[in-house]
Design a protein around this ligand. Structure first.
Ligand code: FES
Length: 145
């Protein structure tokens, strides 16, 4: 039996794949502002724009993890600012349940899936959240699926 020619990636060289769900009205605009303002953040993220954070079904997160994401961030308007009134409150409640029920039962470190509120005027905060989350996922290492 031949050994695999590809060496396992060293953790220090690890560049995580991070999927970020941003609501259209606040967080996506915040991400855009971060870019326009030239705030630096790691290039490890792929952003998916959804109309509201409430649109992010838990199955989206599980699929992202199954398909190779090392971390998933859901970002929406601050509580009280959702453009669909209470979509983000729904997200917050569902997220807590999902963490308790799904993420723990699958043995996934709960730090790999995070919820953050970022407004359209918080480009700097968006860059800081992405930087901090990317560093955290790097510390955790690759997620083996
Ligand atoms: Fe942003 Fe609902 S529109 S969280």
């Amino acid at each position: 039996m031949s050994k695999s020619k590809t060496k396992p990636k060293k953790v220090k060289d690890f560049e995580p794949n991070i999927l970020v769900f941003c609501c259209n009205w606040c967080s996506y605009a915040g991400a855009d502002l971060a870019g326009v303002s030239r705030f630096q953040y790691p290039p490890n993220i792929r952003v998916i724009r959804v109309m509201c954070s409430g649109r992010v079904d838990p199955s989206f997160i599980l699929k992202a993890i199954k398909d190779g994401a090392d971390g998933v961030l859901i970002s929406g308007c601050h509580i009280g600012d959702c453009h669909y009134i209470s979509g983000n409150e729904y997200t917050r409640d569902r997220f807590e349940k999902m963490h308790k029920i799904i993420i723990k039962q699958l043995g996934i470190n709960e730090k790999r899936v995070r919820l953050e509120w970022v407004s359209a005027s918080e480009g700097k905060r968006f860059a800081e959240v992405i930087t901090e989350f990317t560093n955290q996922i790097k510390e955790l290492g690759p997620l083996k699926n």
